[in-house]
Design a protein around this ligand. Structure first.
Ligand code: SAM
Length: 239
């Protein structure tokens, strides 16, 4: 580090995996940037030249602004109080948008409100903390393709993140690909975190079936759903 340059902040494993997926783009927008750690890290590590840190709630926006100022990056990182992709202006020439740490349905709602993004974006980095299969389906339905995927354990939670690019999928994702991730499934060797996570999820669902079978009134629909998920997880772990 040269004198006067801000120290590179240490990201959580989750946010580091998200940051790694933004390469090679040098102009990014982090939407839902309550602390602006991601753009500050990328700038300090000389991985980007310019960023927008968009945040919809005033309190977190002010925190992001303060962090950017502290790091001395007001010229290179623009904090904007805005709803979703409205934070981005055409002059920003953003190449890659990050939507991390939000529910999958919120992520897709934000994207659906700005259909023109297809025209200028080269990459989307998505890290939904819920409804990951729903997001994968959205990606395929909207002319994007998953081109990289990661799975990490961080502070007792498992997170899945993906890079998607504007290229149509060659064939629809299968149910097992939607659930477990097409590239995580086909990776050789398999990521040990993937195997550990889905083995845990399989056992969890099997135990739940035992418990539900003891109920006075059988929750038939729930049992059916669990059995389908178990079959998919077994298929994914075996292939
Ligand atoms: N992206 C960061 C991360 O991964 O660590 C922060 C995640 S934080 C849980 C989600 C942030 O997204 C919150 O600060 C929330 O206010 C913001 N957010 C939610 N909806 C938003 C929207 N429509 N536009 C911009 N920010 C939004």
């Amino acid at each position: 580090m040269k004198r006067g340059e801000p120290a590179i902040i240490k990201l959580s494993q989750r946010l580091q995996a998200v940051a790694d997926l933004t390469s090679p783009w040098r102009r990014i927008a982090d939407i839902g940037s309550d602390h602006a750690y991601l753009p500050i890290y990328l700038m300090a590590a000389n991985k980007i030249d310019y960023a927008v840190a968009g945040e919809v709630i005033p309190g977190p926006f002010e925190i992001a602004q303060a962090h950017i100022k502290q790091a001395g990056y007001q010229q290179q990182i623009k904090a904007r109080l805005a709803d979703g992709l409205a934070a981005i202006q055409s002059a920003d020439e953003i190449q890659c948008v990050v939507l991390a740490g939000m529910g999958g349905r919120l992520i897709t709602e934000i994207l659906n409100r700005e259909p023109n993004i297809y025209q200028y974006l080269q990459g989307l980095v998505l890290e939904p903390n819920q409804d990951v299969p729903f997001v994968r389906q959205w990606v395929a339905d909207h002319g994007w393709r998953i081109t990289a995927e990661r799975i990490v354990f961080d502070e007792g939670h498992c997170y899945q993140m993906m890079l998607v690019q504007p290229e149509p999928v060659q064939r629809p994702y299968s149910p097992v690909e939607l659930l477990m991730g097409p590239l995580l499934l086909s990776a050789t060797p398999r990521d040990p975190v993937f195997t550990k996570y889905w083995t845990f999820k399989l056992k969890q669902r099997e135990q739940l079936i035992v418990q539900l079978n003891q109920a006075q009134q059988l929750p038939v629909a729930k049992l059916q759903q669990l059995k389908q998920e178990i079959a998919l997880i077994k298929e994914g772990l075996a292939c």
